[in-house]
Design a protein around this ligand. Structure first.
Ligand SMILES: *Cc1c(COP(=O)(O)O)cnc(C)c1O
Length: 377
């Protein structure tokens, strides 16, 4: 083996190259976006929502950037996400599981100091039983449905919950929470309805504080913040309110590798189904990422990438692992194997690509997948 290694010493030290692209995450932009959110919601605090692997950007490094900026409340959706994050985060970073307490996770949650968001009487009962079994008090958050019909105690449960909590359940209820359904449409009547519902929840549970706003909710005004806002998307540089100027700093850059270039004549068919047929001589570049990398198939013949400010339209269908762009507008031989073109960056925002794909920034971000080489700067 030693012999082998010395003979092939170059090989042994070689790093694989040729990533399909580079996803660059700017940790200082994450910290600045957190600081901005925290100042917008002051004197309240800002949590960070880091579910779905921090919207696809890597829950560990991303959460630690927020921690460094002062964040101590971290929300994930699923228990497994909390378990994965726990060893990567300092002990005083609290992790909350939005989707509730699944049967069988009680003991792990208690041991690993993971705080469940309790969404039903059954969840309260099981968490309370675990507190009894361990002869300790366990922390919890209560979620209320204020009009989204998704998670949390419905209005008709509040009275019974109040009387249940009058006797000691062995639980430290840290706070309550509720979630806005239409905050990204500031004019939507549902916002005021949910605010009114939250006000009455606060009257019924006067000893507990409430966490309310998501990213967009922060921009609805102070009365929507609660004592703890729960921004996600805005921290990642996404535009919190559709159609309005984006006050957040961009966090990611996505560059895609060129893997082949060619010149085709009029009539050449490009990609699956020959969905694009060249109308004249065109220069094409094949890029190394496709819908398996979150560059959704709906970008076929619609989206574009940029190279030094020049827009290069996607032609034909996006494949699983590649796509083709028209590079005729660039000088000859500008691009070759290994060149990088911009998918998300200074010339094209996350929102631009999402719009071209007919979706929202949330879906695009969380779809990007694991094949890009990730750089945290
Ligand atoms: C995802 C989520 C958030 C964060 O929402 P953004 O719109 O990304 O800011 C906050 N609260 C709950 C309950 C969520 O599910």
């Amino acid at each position: 083996m030693d012999d082998f290694n010395s003979k092939f010493s170059l090989l042994a030290s070689a790093e694989p190259t040729g990533a399909c692209g580079y996803l660059t995450v700017d940790l200082s932009a994450l910290r600045r976006n957190y600081a901005k959110m925290a100042s917008l919601v002051a004197p309240g605090s800002a949590a960070a929502v880091v579910k779905a692997d921090a919207y696809g950007l890597g829950a560990g490094p991303v959460s630690n950037a927020f921690y460094d900026a002062g964040c101590r409340h971290f929300f994930v959706a699923q228990f497994q996400e909390a378990m994965a994050l726990r060893p990567q985060l300092a002990d005083d970073g609290q992790i909350f599981v939005l989707n509730g307490l699944q049967p069988g996770n009680e003991e792990l949650a208690a041991i690993h100091h993971i705080v469940p968001v309790l969404n039903s009487f059954d969840q309260v009962r099981r968490w309370s039983q675990m507190a009894g079994k361990l002869r300790t008090r366990l922390p919890a958050v209560l979620q209320f449905d204020s009009g989204m019909s998704r998670l949390g105690f419905p209005p008709e449960d509040r009275r019974e919950l109040r009387s249940l909590l009058q006797s000691d359940q062995g639980l430290d209820i840290l706070f309550m929470m509720s979630h806005l359904a239409s905050a990204d449409e500031p004019e939507h009547a549902q916002n005021a309805d949910q605010l009114a519902a939250v006000k009455s929840i606060c009257q019924e549970f006067p000893d507990l504080r409430i966490s309310f706003a998501n990213s967009a909710g922060v921009f609805l005004g102070d009365n929507y913040h609660g004592f703890l806002a729960r921004p996600g998307l805005a921290l990642y540089g996404g535009a919190p309110v559709g159609g309005a100027a984006n006050p957040m700093q961009p966090v990611i850059r996505l560059d895609i590798s060129v893997i082949q270039t060619r010149t085709v004549n009029a009539g050449a068919r490009v990609g699956y189904g020959a969905a694009y047929v060249a109308s004249g001589e065109r220069r094409l570049a094949t890029l190394a990422a496709g819908y398996a990398d979150g560059l959704l198939r709906s970008l076929s013949d619609r989206g574009a990438v940029f190279y030094q400010g020049v827009r290069l339209p996607i032609v034909g269908r996006v494949s699983m692992d590649s796509m083709t762009v028209d590079v005729t507008d660039l000088p000859d031989n500008t691009l070759s194997l290994g060149s990088l073109v911009e998918m998300i960056g200074p010339h094209q925002t996350l929102e631009d690509v999402a719009a071209a794909a007919g979706t929202i920034a949330y879906e695009l971000l969380t779809s990007l997948g694991q094949r890009y080489h990730r750089r945290y700067i």
